[in-house]
Design a protein around this ligand. Structure first.
Ligand SMILES: [Zn+2]
Length: 568
């Protein structure tokens, strides 16, 4: 008698191998048989007509605070994610000194747009060192597994205090490296840093943004064969390449960095892909991390940004409840005033983002993340003989003011997903950048794993799709391997029974919506989904037909320690 048997599903095992119809048996949280299972299960699930895949492993999230108050780790768990990696992009909440908490919250609020009030209210701070943080995570059961990385900014603030934004001394660097080594030995899965001027808080750039190679190499050597993750403006420059390659070579670390197609160098991503292949041939693990759709902002009356947000007439009604605001904005006089005004801000970045009329599209419901250029604000305005502002205002007021507009920031230079397809299809990339738990007022990409299936393996109409087996592999076997999670990411005997049973034809993303369910009433964008029939973590059904079962088998994943004699 098995604990559980899933019968007759179409098994897509996460390795990229062709789908097969068969049974899977589970005992003590692990997969014990795949194929034809003769023995009965104490519990049996009928998989007839359904896909069975490994649980999704999402390696790029920012749930560092949320996991201490939300055992469901939503919305990622709604989307079949069974393991998340947190602490990305250099920001997080450990290590922390008793007087350093506000600073880390302000950083997270500034960089990742998670409401500071929610973090203040939600986090219980049962830790000071990173090792304590791991233990605190370990004590709290949750629906999914979580793994944590050491964030550079928190480490700098801990070691350097007030000097966190300054150049580190040799002693500072030695201490940061020692603390990183300690955290890695206790089970941290990596170290992360931000090297982009786009990431800032009210304190300026993220501490460590311009850290020189000696600091990065010293900390990198403490990472050993773990992961060194970064987001950088300089990826691809000779200087950055030199230390990054040295780091991968000397430590054996897996280096992963955010890669997207950018407007000022639309083909640079191909050089990065070629470089990753060359380094791989040398045995180095330098893995560009890519997204499954353009990273983009969602403009709406409830969002952090939309084209009228600084207009004086809008400011006058901005604090009204949504339905009153919509009613006020629909009055002809208010409309006329709004359309006659200019944005009242000198922030050049915000101004630029709010007026790229050829890069703003209606998102719609079901949401369309690969909109045709002919549907942009600019194109529609030209066609109708209206101003872009008239078109945008009309769209923002749709769905009782809840309509969202999609404003891609990267990887939409050509107006389609072809650049993304090249990146996804490359053997040396890994999917990430969902930023689950972050950018609450403007982005909701925790649904990336679902989108890989709905869009890339099923619905894409404006170009080639990906085979289903490849799409599943990208979010399971591939992501798990990038972090050395050898016990998950594929369906095979001995692997953890982290599984998704999916009605593939019925899998459907809803339009994102703003909810106010964070601690202290904080707001965030979430996105619902239909079609996940069951999600299992360690053999326990955690969700069924879109509802949490209340079971909490998820734990902290500690990095497996290298055996003696292996490279550390
Ligand atoms: Zn991030």
């Amino acid at each position: 008698m098995h604990n559980l048997v899933i019968r007759n599903s179409t098994i897509v095992d996460g390795t990229g191998a062709p789908a097969v119809v068969g049974d899977v048996a589970v005992d003590d949280g692990r997969i014990t048989e795949v194929g034809r299972v003769d023995g009965r299960g104490e519990r049996e699930l009928d998989g007839d007509g359904l896909l069975l895949t490994p649980g999704w492993v999402d390696i790029h999230t920012h749930y560092d605070g949320q996991v201490t108050w939300d055992p469901q780790v939503s919305p990622s768990s709604w989307h079949g994610v069974t393991t998340v990696v947190m602490g990305n992009c250099g920001v997080g909440f450990a290590p922390v000194r008793p007087d350093g908490k506000d600073f880390l919250i302000e950083l997270m609020e500034g960089v990742e747009d998670i409401p500071g009030t929610a973090l203040h209210e939600g986090i219980d701070w049962q830790w000071e060192s990173f090792v304590d943080y791991l233990d605190a995570l370990d004590r709290m059961p949750r629906a999914i597994d979580v793994a944590a990385q050491v964030p550079h900014a928190a480490l700098r603030a801990y070691v350097m205090g007030e000097r966190a934004h300054d150049e580190a001394t040799a002693a500072d660097i030695a201490e940061m490296a020692a603390l990183t080594a300690q955290a890695m030995a206790a089970g941290a899965v990596g170290f992360t840093t931000s090297r982009t001027i786009l990431h800032r808080s009210k304190h300026g750039l993220v501490p460590g943004t311009s850290a020189p190679p000696d600091e990065l190499l010293a900390i990198g050597s403490a990472v050993g064969t773990g992961v060194f993750q970064m987001v950088s403006d300089h990826a691809g420059t000779d200087e950055e390449r030199a230390w990054l390659t040295a780091l991968a070579r000397e430590s054996g670390a897996t280096v992963t960095y955010a890669l997207a197609q950018v407007g000022w160098a639309p083909l640079a991503y191909r050089e990065a892909l070629d470089e990753a292949s060359l380094l791989s041939a040398e045995g180095l693990r330098v893995i560009p991390q890519v997204s499954v759709r353009p990273t983009g902002m969602l403009f709406g009356l409830q969002s952090s940004l939309h084209p009228f947000i600084t207009h004086p007439s809008y400011r006058a009604v901005a604090d009204l409840p949504l339905h009153e605001r919509v009613a006020a904005l629909q009055k002809p006089a208010a409309r006329a005033a709004l359309l006659a005004e200019e944005p009242a801000t000198n922030n050049a970045i915000a101004l630029g983002l709010m007026s790229r009329w050829d890069q703003i599209f209606p998102l719609g419901d079901p949401p369309d993340y690969e909109p045709a250029p002919s549907t942009s604000v600019a194109a529609v305005a030209a066609r109708l003989g209206l101003t872009p502002q008239e078109v945008v205002l009309g769209w923002l007021l749709e769905r009782e003011g809840k309509a969202l507009l999609f404003a891609p920031l990267a990887s939409y230079v050509d107006g389609d997903h072809e650049a993304i397809r090249e990146m996804l299809d490359h053997p040396r990339t890994v999917v990430g950048l969902s930023d689950g738990g972050a950018h609450c007022g403007l982005i909701c990409d925790a649904s990336f794993p679902t989108y890989l299936l709905t869009h890339w393996a099923r619905d894409r109409a404006r170009g080639e799709r990906l085979p289903l087996e490849q799409a599943v592999h990208l979010q399971t076997g591939r992501t798990a391997a990038a972090y050395g999670f050898g016990d998950r990411g594929t369906i095979g005997v001995g692997k953890r029974a982290d599984l998704n049973l999916i009605d593939f034809a019925g899998l459907r993303l809803h339009a994102p919506e703003m909810v106010h369910d964070l601690p202290a009433g904080g707001r965030r964008l979430v996105q619902e989904v239909d079609g996940y029939r069951a999600t299992l973590v360690a053999g326990v059904v955690t969700r069924q037909n879109g509802e949490a079962t209340g079971e909490l088998p998820g734990r902290l994943v500690r990095r497996a320690q290298p055996a003696d004699g292996e490279r550390r």
